[in-house]
Design a protein around this ligand. Sequence first.
Ligand SMILES: Nc1ncnc2c1ncn2[C@@H]1O[C@H](COP(=O)(O)OP(=O)(O)OP(=O)(O)O)[C@@H](O)[C@H]1O
Ligand SMILES: [Mg+2]
Length: 289
Amino acid sequence: MRVESKDLTFIYGEGSKNLSVTALDKVSLTVEEGEFFGIIGQTGSGKTTFVQHLNGLIKVGKDKGSVIVGEYNLSDKKCDFKSLRAKVGMVFQYPEYQLFAETVKDDVAFGLKNFAPNMPEGEREKLVREAVETVGLNYDRIKEKSPFELSGGQKRRVAIAGVIVTKPEVLVLDEPAAGLDPVGKREFIELLHKLHGAFVKTIILVSHDMNLVSENCTRAAIFSHGKIHSVGTPKEIFSRYDELVELGLDLPVTASLTRALKENGIEIDSDLTVDGFIESAAKIFAGEK
Ligand SMILES: Nc1ncnc2c1ncn2[C@@H]1O[C@H](COP(=O)(O)OP(=O)(O)OP(=O)(O)O)[C@@H](O)[C@H]1O
Ligand SMILES: [Mg+2]
């Protein structure tokens, strides 16, 4: 499923003279099926407002542009949002706060029950087990536990299991790595890649972490004051060093190094992943010896 917005505009508090905020201003963006797409931009730039449109948590307003996800036209009054939400999974910041049921099993099953209430219990449990095992947890060991007895990392995994249980084609994550320690973060990224290959087709990741984006994303968009500043591969967007700094954004460490070396007359051309950077740098430095 391809995700496409055209001239999408959203105004909080529209109509009230002093309090209205234009959170999105004619945002046109296409994410192709299969991408691992990053969304970055300073705080308040409209990232969350944008992704909340993708599964209808925020409805496309009249004359406020359009959002089309696969065969779903979200501006259409007849759009089947229930089925859309099974296809576009949404994981928010600190997803563990979304847990609520008495057992892990019930928590993960919740979205599925909502989407397919008539599914036989056996079939449902099979899908729940698959989702829980996919996020790296032992289903039999935790299925009857309260989600609140689990560790922070486990809770986050259970919350993600509850989103992927309907087998969404598109998985949207808003700041999913916030608050994780370095090991937790690494494991979490590994999980995303595992999901991307096997479970979901497209990942859309909102993040403040430029290294995470340069290292993992096929392309990314930079939001600024409700508009799209630029879209491209990490190499394309992170090579515009001065503009990024002006926007108040960090550079990935590879881009900082490339920039600093360039100022010293050493040009390193890489895809801005750490491995890619090291490979290109090694060639240049080996030649200079
Ligand atoms: N519920 C709301 N009511 C009024 N204004 C809001 C609301 N939610 C967001 N805004 C405003 O809309 C703009 C965009 O907010 P949004 O949350 O989409 O930004 P963001 O890029 O996700 O920021 P962050 O990086 O801090 O999560 C901001 O100016 C914000 O203050
Ligand atoms: Mg946000």
